[in-house]
Design a protein around this ligand. Structure first.
Ligand SMILES: Nc1ncnc2c1ncn2[C@@H]1O[C@H](COP(=O)(O)OP(=O)(O)OP(=O)(O)O)[C@@H](O)[C@H]1O
Ligand SMILES: [Mg+2]
Length: 213
């Protein structure tokens, strides 16, 4: 039904966290989900192996980036939602993901430095679109690791919308998000009634709406 790639040049902005938790939210909506881990660090595999949650049944390692597109298409035939996690600082892998994806999510942290890196990710996604001669991948920004009530965070959403792409609901910086990872679980499994869960759920609903358009 849909291939979603999460990408960005900068490390540590929450790409893998968003992939894992969106996977859980789509599973909670009753969709079958495949997570393709295309990062040589294999964070998604490591996360999944910490426990026996939904990720342990959903994550597949992609060791050879040139096979990513074919793997994504195959997974798209077999499951409803395919999520691709990409590495930081490896534009060739992110580009392969952009060539395969229906939707590209570009997370951005609250620092101005995150915004500079985001511009590169955006131009990479636009280049893939030009090569495909298509409106795909659609592109959305996701404010990530946001300290919800700070000035920096309030400024982020408006800086992002100034970059010409729509901004999805923000994900806050919350302890429970990292705690879930240490248990090998997603927030939906570890803390289903938490504010963090509500944020990932809102993000997934917004993504789902885009996919249905
Ligand atoms: N919303 C959040 N709240 C709290 N901690 C978070 C949140 N998102 C991510 N983190 C933590 O920040 C760190 C980096 O997150 P993550 O691994 O998801 O980023 P990444 O962009 O995938 O990193 P990389 O570029 O290395 O692949 C991790 O320790 C993760 O647990
Ligand atoms: Mg990662």
């Amino acid at each position: 039904m849909a291939i979603i790639a999460v990408a960005g040049r900068k490390g540590g902005v929450g790409k893998s966290t968003i992939v894992g938790n969106l996977a859980a939210e789509f599973a909670a909506m009753g969709r079958s989900v495949t997570v393709l881990d295309a990062d040589p660090q294999h964070s998604m595999v490591a996360w999944a192996e910490q426990g026996d949650g939904m990720l342990s049944r959903s994550v597949e390692k992609v060791a050879v980036p040139s096979t990513l597109r074919a793997r994504a298409r195959k997974a798209d035939e077999d499951t409803d939602i395919v999520l691709i996690d990409t590495p930081p600082g490896m534009p060739e892998v992110a580009y392969q993901a952009a060539l395969a994806a229906d939707l590209m999510l570009l997370p951005c942290g609250p620092s101005p430095l995150d915004l500079f890196a985001l511009k590169e990710a955006l131009s990479l996604a636009l280049k893939a679109r030009a090569e495909r001669r298509s409106k795909k991948p659609r592109i959305r920004f996701v404010p990530s690791k946001v300290l919800m009530s700070t000035n920096l965070s309030r400024g982020l959403a408006s800086s992002l919308s100034g970059m010409g792409k729509k901004v999805l609901p923000a994900i806050g910086q919350r302890v429970v998000v990292a705690e879930a990872v240490s248990q090998g679980l997603t927030v939906a499994e570890y803390a289903p009634d938490s504010p963090a869960r509500a944020e990932f759920s809102a993000l997934a609903k917004a993504v789902d709406k885009i996919l249905r358009k």
